[in-house]
Ligand binder design. Structure first.
Ligand code: B12
Length: 593
């Protein structure tokens, strides 16, 4: 009889951010690697129960997990504690498993145990084996040997990608239309904040294009895919292989959208030209543009001037090839000085001034403290030398409602504290200012992409189930055009009224404008639901565009007057707004002067 193995993902307590990932690559890969030697069942509690966000829900989760697991009789339970957010639930699930199956072998793997195996070494003896790093070979060995003569902590052998077993999408219990695919493993860079700088070996390996094609073809057969996300950290650095992959994708799957991540200092014009043949958004982990942060704190490069040049070049190439470029930055980075933070923002503002239209965007993310990297080992040094402050080390062990806040509650340095006070979100003001500058310059493609969630949710709210798929596409296009025009007009309004009116006035005007122009959204959706012809929808949009522009011309005359209350016309309605932000409806007969 085959060994029975459960592969389990616990869940994350008090986790606010995202929906669970439907197909977890680690679970899929582990399952595929032992399926010939074990009876495998995948249990993903995130998918079955979601994220418990109160103490009552956590108790409910534990009972639920127990009731599900009670039905099983496994020989081995392999639990994935993928991130530190999974730690507490993983411990609870391990406890349940120990109680239900006293004779089974319990194994844990993933990023958290890789970083901190000691977190699973308590006197309770909850696990038999802790796998650090990649798990396929190690788990297979445990299955084959029943775990006999293997140490408690096992450093997983890295997998040569020609030996990756075909992924068994057909046996995976969940489906997805947005699939992460990994085409390489490891990395040769050692950025201080990344797991690659940890002490276990993780050499760079890449998969042959032939195998990649097969991997994608097989996935497509089982999943209703719309979007493929390549989870490699340095996608596309081999030009010949990238070209071969891109021609395969554009020939076979031109209707999908794609996402990939790479480094600005590895980007070439040929690569962007090639990738631009796909409907792709390309992400760059830039992190900072300031010398001290890049070199001394992040170990991202040793030539900051060159790196900065690569950044401007990457923006230029995205602009030239109309490639959506997403540039990521880490804010409040341990040890960062106030002048470095300012410098990065200055450079980003320069970008917004260089172009009239933009298809790049900047993503600022608050630093979150995880173990298992060089930076984590540097934390006490940074505390002593730069005043880095982090009170919640070990936040993952505390069952406290605000997990996100606890993991981010730190302050980069004394320099930041002196400049901005004790607020770790000190960079929000600069970010918002920047956001205004670049969203106002988005071209239609970029606008459509960045607003896609919002536009889709508007359509779903009113039209889901009653609108034909063909109308939906047209409605999406119409809404995008209409909303982009409105946002450009609003920015133009703001530029004038910020100079002439009070803050309260600006706020009231913006709220009124957004509220009134909403009616246009509804109207567009209505014609979509009624299945109107494409030309009729176009004429509706033209009508709205003309109205908004005409009103804008007239309103601007009133709004450019300093300090006075104003009567404005928005979407055929007249309003009186006072300097104090009070708004009243005016009778239609009262015309704007
Ligand atoms: C791609 C990626 C994602 C993708 C995941 C797609 C996917 N592949 O499933 C997305 C964008 C969805 C994602 C989301 C998140 N991620 Co992420 N992600 C990565 C990234 C860049 C690469 C991961 C990867 O593909 N590795 C290579 C493949 C081959 O292996 P793997 O998936 O890790 O699985 C192997 C091992 O982990 C191990 N293993 C895993 N489980 C188990 C279980 C057992 C029993 C065994 C034996 C072994 C084992 O074996 C697997 C196969 O070899 C890493 C950083 C990096 N450079 O590695 C961050 C990283 C893993 N992510 C991280 C985080 C924090 C998150 C989020 C919480 C982010 C957030 N929203 O706050 C979410 C949580 C997602 C989740 N599923 O729980 C952190 C984790 C650090 C930590 N200590 O918690 C990392 C390390 C980045 C960082 N900040 O340092 N992520």
């Amino acid at each position: 009889m085959k060994t029975k193995c459960l592969i389990v993902a616990a869940t994350k307590y008090f986790y606010q951010d995202t929906k669970p990932e439907r197909v977890k690559y680690a679970m899929l890969s582990l399952m595929s690697h032992i399926i010939d030697v074990a009876d495998v069942e995948v249990i993903d509690f995130e998918m079955m129960f979601g994220f418990p966000r109160s103490y009552e829900k956590i108790e409910e989760f534990k009972s639920f997990a127990k009731s599900v697991l009670k039905e099983k009789q496994p020989d081995i339970v392999a639990i994935s504690c993928y991130t530190s957010f999974d730690y507490l639930a993983t411990i609870d699930v391990l406890r349940i498993c120990r109680e239900l199956y006293p004779h089974a072998t319990l194994v844990v793997g993933g990023y958290h145990p890789t970083a901190l195996p000691d977190d699973f070494m308590s006197d309770e003896n909850l696990v038999d084996h802790i796998i650090r790093g990649e798990g396929e070979e190690a788990l297979r060995e445990i299955v084959l040997s029943g775990g006999r003569n293997l140490p408690k902590v096992i450093v997983g052998k890295t997998l040569e990608l020609c030996n990756e077993k075909p992924l068994r999408y057909d046996l995976y219990p969940y489906q997805t239309d947005e699939l992460y695919i990994s085409l390489s493993r490891g990395c040769f860079h050692k950025c201080a904040f990344c797991v690659q700088s940890d002490d276990y070996k993780n050499p760079y390996r890449k998969m042959e294009v032939e195998l990649i094609r097969e991997k994608i073809d097989r996935a497509v057969k089982h999943f209703p895919i719309k979007r493929i996300l390549f989870s490699d950290p340095i996608f596309g650095i081999d030009q010949a292989k990238t070209e071969s992959l891109v021609s395969f994708l554009s020939e076979n799957y031109p209707m999908y959208s794609y996402w990939a991540e790479t480094r600005i200092d590895r980007l070439t014009e040929e690569m962007v030209a090639c990738l631009s043949k796909l409907n792709m958004d390309l992400h760059f982990g830039v992190e900072s543009l300031a010398e001290d942060t890049l070199i001394n704190l992040m170990h991202k490069t040793n030539n900051a001037e060159h790196y900065k040049g690569c950044f401007f070049k990457a923006v230029e190439l995205c602009q030239k090839y109309n490639m959506l470029g997403l540039f990521g930055f880490i804010m409040n980075y341990p040890g960062e000085q106030a002048e470095s933070s300012r410098y990065t923002f200055e450079q980003l503002r320069r970008v917004t001034e260089l172009y009239d239209e933009l298809n790049v965007t900047f993503h600022m993310n608050q630093y979150t403290l995880y173990a298992g990297n060089k930076l984590y080992d540097m934390r006490y040094d940074l505390q002593n030398t730069r005043g880095f402050y982090f009170p919640n080390d070990g936040w993952w062990r505390v069952c406290e409602p605000n997990a996100r806040w606890r993991s981010q509650n730190c302050l980069a340095s004394d320099s930041i504290r002196t400049a901005y006070g004790d607020n770790f979100y000190y960079w929000h003001k600069d970010k918002n200012d920047l956001l205004k500058r670049y969203t106002g310059k988005f071209n239609l493609k970029a606008y459509s992409f960045y607003q896609r969630d919002e536009i889709n949710s508007i359509i779903d709210q009113y039209g889901e189930g009653i609108m034909e798929e063909s109308s939906r596409k047209k409605v999406y296009e119409m809404l995008t055009c209409y909303r982009q025009m409105l946002s450009k007009v609003l920015i133009a309004y703001n530029e004038i009224i910020e100079k002439t009116k009070s803050c309260k006035f600006v706020d009231a005007f913006n709220r009124l404008y957004i509220h009134e122009t909403m009616r246009g959204n509804n109207k567009i959706i209505e014609v979509g639901i009624n299945g109107e012809k494409s030309e009729e929808m176009d004429s509706l949009i033209n009508e709205y565009q003309n109205m908004v522009r005409e009103e804008y011309e007239n309103n601007m005359k009133v709004l450019s007057l300093k300090g006075t209350d104003s009567v404005v016309k928005i979407c055929n309605e007249y309003y009186w707004i006072s300097e104090d932000g009070e708004i009243k409806r005016r009778k239609p007969t009262e015309k704007v002067e």
